[in-house]
Write a protein that binds this ligand. Sequence first.
Ligand SMILES: [Zn+2]
Ligand SMILES: [Zn+2]
Length: 612
Amino acid sequence: MAESVETGKSYSIKVCLPIPVKGAFDYLSAEPVPAGCRVMVPFGNRKIMAYCVGDAQDSSNPRLKKVIKKIDDSPLISGEMLSLSLWMEKRYFTSRGMALKAILPTELKGRARDFKVSGVLPFTADLRKDLPDMPESAGNVYVSGSGEFQKSFLRREMEKTISAGGRVIFLVPVMSEAAAFEDILGGFRAERFGSDILPSHRYRMLCDFRDGNLDVIIGTRSAVFAPLGEKGLIIMTGAQKKTYIEEQHPRYSAEEVAMKRAGLSSGRFIASGGALTVEQFYRVKKGEAWAVYEKNENPARRIVCDLLEDSVNFGVSAQLLKNIKKTLDEKKQVLLYSPRGGWATSYVCSACKFVMKCEKCDRKLCVSGFNLYCSSCKKTFPVPERCPRCKRKKMKNRGIGRGLVASFLRKQFPGNRITAVDIDSSPADNKRVYENYEKGQLDVLISGPGFAAVRDWSKTGLAAVMDADFLLYGDDWAAEEKTYLWLSSLAAFFASGRTDALFLAQTKIAPALAREALSGDESFYEKQLDVRRKFAFPPVARILKINISGRATAEAALKIRADIKDKVLEISPEGKGLSAKGGVEIRVKIEPDAPFEIEPMRGAAVTIEEER
Ligand SMILES: [Zn+2]
Ligand SMILES: [Zn+2]
């Protein structure tokens, strides 16, 4: 239904809507709307916030609907960000409107009434002076080493950028990790862009950042879209963390976006963290990025223990036991990492091999205290006296959990305070355990991944991984890379820049891989790249999942297969891949930079997502 145009000057503009439909729509506005501003427009019989992407060609069409309201006084989406949205549309198989919604969510708006910019903190950090130099032309940089080294490097690069009039986006994997960087942000006008802050205040922060009233914006992955301007710097700490990949459509990678933005705005990108991912190494190799490492690391303080060549008791090798004793004798603390909570990892019938599983989720139950426990449902079950299948009294504990390791070590070192983090204890209990460790009130702590809550490791003389292989048992093509990154980051975390701390990894199936990880051996990457070239895995290929649903699923799937089969490196076999929603999933591999698109089809909804 066309609305009549009022007399007087009007402007026709092109807008993108935050819906998964491609293309732009024309509207009329009574006032000029610069590209990058959001406007409220009628769409169907509702009002919707949309993004102006430029002027429309023809303003004489009387059938055009009118803009209801201009939202932004001046654009928060710059020309660079508009170009970024075009790139995201292709890269992440989305519409430009959805890409713009990721860049500037429609809910960020309004007057920030009681908003106050926080005061500038004093600069107190004690920084390292021996930092490596870097060519001016290095647009993408990966920095790895101890926390102190990374922070000193980041501070220097932030100073360079800000003193030259640029601004900094400072990304953290999760907001709670921002506190660890407070000391290097002193002297800058910095704000936390957290999701706990009112949308109107977040909006105001973005305006202040754009206008140069803020030097640094600190946030998680979505802060990568803050209005940076020319010659800015995007920093990504803990760069190997999964939280940098968006979980919902469009599933962007903050790292890819950051690199793209730096390229579009004469800016720079620095990722800091542990060892490089295979993909990052590949970029360095191709000359697209520059790597900076800490020099004075101490590989002699990193030991791999091959469990097949040592005697082992309750999961503790003779070599580990010897080092625990030595550390305790030196009045230092020991941290043992084991992802296996409880006493035993499973409860099994020794006669018929029946394994006790959770009634609800079918996962293996572990033994915790006098009960069985499902760590996924957080539910406790009674221990059966007889095997539920063969009815014999043959049920036994199997696998070594943290509780059992603790009880074994208590017998070995009776004078010491030894605790395991229970699998079924409350977050408050765990917090207390980690605090006690930090205060030096525990000598040995056996913990799962929660140990990251401990900030001060200066009293820890030995950190050991009980089982370095646990990621390798699944069928994940990236399992070796994950193990390498995990081990090398732990080793760097505990033993970099220190000569009084030892890191030890126990392994049964991957001693060579563990040694490469602990020594930072680059041949690991070359081997990984060889395998990935051979079998077409990232970064030498992209894996895409095409999901087809709707009443015409079957025909659409056939047509898509026929259309794309010559354009992809590999396609999943027909008849497989029924998705949960009753649709069909086709998995393909494509060249990393190959364009890929599927034409819309009647009766079928098609989505494409990258597997990472
Ligand atoms: Zn049985
Ligand atoms: Zn369960």
